[in-house]
Design a protein around this ligand. Structure first.
Ligand SMILES: [Zn+2]
Length: 276
C-alpha cells in the first residue's frame, strides 16, 4: 500500500512529467476487481476525461488528487499497486484498472493491488468525501509541530487507553501513515506496538514526533520503500528494518531475535528487547 511518502514522491514526479499533457482517451479499466472503488460509469468517465489537460497534484494523506483541467480532479485513494507512466503505448500492462492515453503517445496506467479508490470529481467535490473531509494535519503539513502533536496525543489519551500502534495507524489520527511505516517508527522510537500512550512522558512523545518526521522524510528522500514502485517503475531505495523477513533475525540495534505478532488488523514486527 502506498503511504504518504511514496505518494509524495509520485506527486512530485507527476508535476514534473505529466503536467501539461492532454488526454486523448481514458479507459476506466479492463479487468474486474471487487475492491476498486469507482464513482463513475465507464462511458461517463471516458467522455469526461477526453481532451482534459493534466494540472497540479494535491497530496492529502494517503489520498492523491490530480487536476484534469478544466474543472475536474482525479483522486487515487488509499491504494496499493502501481501508478506508471509509459513512454510508449506498447508498454501498457494487459490488465489495468485505469488508463489515460495522452496526445503525445505516452500513457498512464494504474493497476490496483489489494484495494484502492479511483475516483473522478468536479474539483473541490472530493473534499466532501469521507476520509478526506475534515482530515487532520499530516506529518508533511507545516501544522504538524511538536506542540500540535503533544496536544493531539493528550486529547487521544483522555479518551482512554490507546496503544502506540493505534495512534499511528487508526482513525486517521495521523493521516498518511500505515502499518508499514508505523513499524519503522515504533522501532526507532523504541516503543512496543501495544504500549499505552497514557504511559508516555513528554520526552518520549517529543522523540516520537521527531521520529515520525524523520522516517517519513527519509523514505521520501530515498524515493519510497524498496517494495513499492515510483511513476517510472523504479523501486524505492528505503529498506525497511522491521518486516516479515526480519523475523528471527538479529535486531539491528541489539542483536535480539526480531519477533512478530498479530495486533490491530495486521502483523507487527518488533524487537522484544528494544521495544518496551
Ligand atoms: Zn533490539
Amino acid at each position: 500500500m502506498f503511504e504518504i511518502s511514496e505518494l509524495k514522491v509520485i506527486a512530485e514526479q507527476m508535476e514534473c512529467s505529466l503536467q501539461g499533457k492532454v488526454i486523448a482517451s481514458g479507459v476506466m479499466g479492463n479487468s474486474p476487481h471487487k475492491f476498486v472503488w469507482y464513482n463513475r460509469k465507464g462511458e461517463e468517465y471516458a467522455s469526461l476525461v477526453k481532451g482534459k489537460r493534466i494540472g497540479a497534484t494535491h497530496l492529502m494523506g494517503r489520498w492523491l488528487g490530480l487536476d484534469l483541467e478544466p474543472g475536474y480532479r482525479f483522486v487515487f485513494g488509499e491504494m496499493g499497486g502501481k501508478i506508471l507512466l509509459h513512454p510508449e503505448a506498447g508498454e501498457i500492462p494487459k490488465k489495468y484498472h485505469l488508463l489515460l492515453n495522452f496526445t503525445d503517445g505516452t500513457a498512464l496506467s494504474v493497476v490496483i493491488g489489494l484495494w484502492g479508490g479511483l475516483e473522478l470529481y468536479e474539483a473541490g467535490e472530493e473534499l466532501k468525501r469521507d476520509y478526506i473531509r475534515d482530515m487532520a494535519p499530516t506529518p508533511l503539513d507545516p501544522a504538524f509541530s511538536r506542540e500540535y502533536f503533544m496536544e493531539l496525543v493528550q486529547k487521544a489519551a483522555q479518551k482512554g487507553k490507546r496503544s502506540v500502534k493505534s495512534l499511528l495507524t487508526q482513525e486517521q489520527t495521523l493521516p498518511g501513515l500505515g502499518n508499514s511505516v508505523a513499524q519503522e517508527i515504533m522501532f526507532r522510537a523504541r516503543l512496543n506496538p501495544k504500549r499505552n500512550i497514557q504511559e508516555l512522558g513528554e520526552p518520549e512523545l517529543l522523540l516520537l514526533h521527531d521520529i515520525i518526521l524523520q522516517v517519513v522524510n527519509e523514505i521520501i528522500a530515498k524515493g519510497g520503500r524498496s517494495d513499492e514502485m515510483d511513476l517510472y517503475g523504479k523501486a524505492g531505495g528505503y529498506q525497511r528494518l522491521m518486516h516479515s523477513k526480519a523475523v528471527g533475525k538479529p535486531c539491528p540495534a541489539c542483536g535480539t531475535a526480531v519477533q512478530s505478532m498479530q495486533y490491530l488488523g495486521g502483523a507487527c514486527y518488533f524487537c522484544p528487547s528494544c521495544q518496551k
